[in-house]
Design a binder for this molecule. Structure first.
Ligand code: FAD
Length: 394
């Protein structure tokens, strides 16, 4: 006999684990979510959800919970050259889709919103902070874990399905011998914050094409903005030592319109792509960065995770027939269908990472023409907007 018997054990309470916990407990499955950290998640990470993902959150009946708790809507993105000459308005407001806007919220709040929504589901329980979660055995019917909480309590739990959502390092993935392939890009993503930045009335994201890559001004849900740009690996050391005035001068030289904007460093992310070879085996499934650590330049990590969880939800057996044998079959099916669904997205993400590595004057000139044409050509512009909204690609 174990202390807790659940249908699904989820290890890791970041956006991936908490989104899965919400969606699965809402469907009535017993869910035990484990999180080891009491600290808020890193605020500079993903904050931007696509319209296609908002549609999924609407279907899951959690979209309003986000919007009522501080998430904001954005029309889309505006593209400019480095002198702030307008190139393209890629807003999604006129698309015929259920939720024609992007939703954004500071990263550290997103998992809390999923957890608070999950708490309304009777079948949900949450242990946080835990110190360890040790796999004891997997038999024909279930897997058994021993979980030690920070307050010293030790509980045993049995589960029919294991969801590993412990982030890009994925120690649990390693423990269960999931092989992963990784690729390290040349340029790191540097993120700055400005508390002074004022967004336009549509909260548009503004992207500037410069000789050394794109500089993006991303309005934050509680005011100010996040500024994203790439820096070379050899610049990382000196970048870390720069003062706020030096960051301001650096950005001001790239995009003179922001020469007077005060800013400070929010973090540096050496981007890698880490993709698990198998996404599921036996009764275990990987989700989130544990499964697909993507280059952050295209805002895909959380968006992809929520789409994956939704796809998994469609395949899972009903509560009445939710046993380990059926779970194993479902996860095998999930793994096969995901592989073909996701390849295009992974390839597009990888080639974007490679092009960000090589971005130079020629790339800028090419992209300026590309965005001018997209602004003029209705059909191509529509296709671009649909893709950025998360439709047509997985
Ligand atoms: C600068 C930047 C900007 C980004 N922008 C976007 C964006 O706009 N849109 C988007 O979709 N994506 C974006 N991303 C990507 C996105 O942030 C990540 O893909 C996403 O946050 C990953 O979530 P996760 O839950 O898989 O992993 P994590 O956030 O790493 O969560 C893993 C959790 O597991 C816990 N954990 C680890 N081990 C254990 C254990 N043994 N037991 C219990 N708990 C454990 C950790 O404490 C952590 O809370 C961005 C990334 C970066 C770096």
């Amino acid at each position: 006999m174990t202390d807790i018997n659940t249908d699904v054990l989820i290890i890791g309470g970041g956006v991936a684990g908490s989104a899965a916990a919400y969606a699965l407990s809402k469907r009535g499955y017993g869910v035990l979510l484990l999180e080891k950290s009491e600290k808020p998640q890193d605020t500079a990470r993903g904050d931007h959800l696509q319209p296609a993902v908002c549609e999924i959150l609407g279907k899951w009946s959690v979209l309003d919970h986000f919007l009522n708790n501080g998430a904001k809507k954005r029309a889309g993105s505006l593209w400019f050259d480095e002198d702030a000459n307008f190139l393209m308005d890629a807003n999604v407001s006129n698309l015929e889709i259920p939720e024609p806007y992007f939703m954004f919220m500071n990263h550290e709040e997103i998992s809390g919103i999923f957890v608070s929504a999950s708490e309304k589901n009777e079948s949900f329980s949450f242990l946080c902070p835990i110190i360890s979660c040790v796999h004891v055995e997997t038999n024909e019917k279930e897997s058994i874990f021993e979980i030690k909480s920070k307050d010293g309590t030790v509980k045993t739990a049995s589960t029919k399905m294991i969801v590993i959502a412990d982030g890009v390092a994925s120690n649990m993935g390693r423990y269960f011998k999931f092989e992963r392939n990784s690729f390290r890009y040349e340029r790191a993503l540097a993120v700055l914050f400005s508390d002074e930045y004022e967004a336009d009335e549509f909260n548009n994201l503004r992207t500037y094409l410069t000789d050394r890559g794109i500089v993006t001004m991303i309005p934050r849900a509680k005011g100010g903005c996040k500024i994203g740009l790439t820096i070379n690996r050899e610049e990382i050391k000196s970048w870390k030592k720069m003062t706020p005035i030096e960051y301001q001068e650096f950005i001001g030289q790239l995009v003179p319109a922001y020469k007077d904007l005060k800013m400070y460093s929010a973090g540096i992310y050496p981007p890698s792509m880490i993709i698990a070879e198998n996404w599921a085996k036996d009764n275990i499934v990987l989700i989130g960065d544990a499964c697909h650590g993507l280059h952050p330049g295209r805002s895909q990590g959380m968006n992809t995770t929520i789409k994956c969880v939704d796809h998994l939800l469609d395949l899972l057996p009903e509560k009445g027939s939710f046993n380990k044998e059926n779970v194993v079959q479902t996860l095998d099916q999930y793994q096969k269908s995901m592989k073909s669904n996701i390849n295009e997205l992974l390839e597009a993400n990888h080639s974007m990472g490679l092009s960000m590595d090589k971005f130079d004057h020629e790339s800028k000139v090419h992209d300026i023409e590309k965005f001018k044409l997209l602004e003029q050509n209705k059909e191509a512009g529509h296709a671009y907007r649909m893709k950025s909204a998360g439709y047509g690609v997985f």
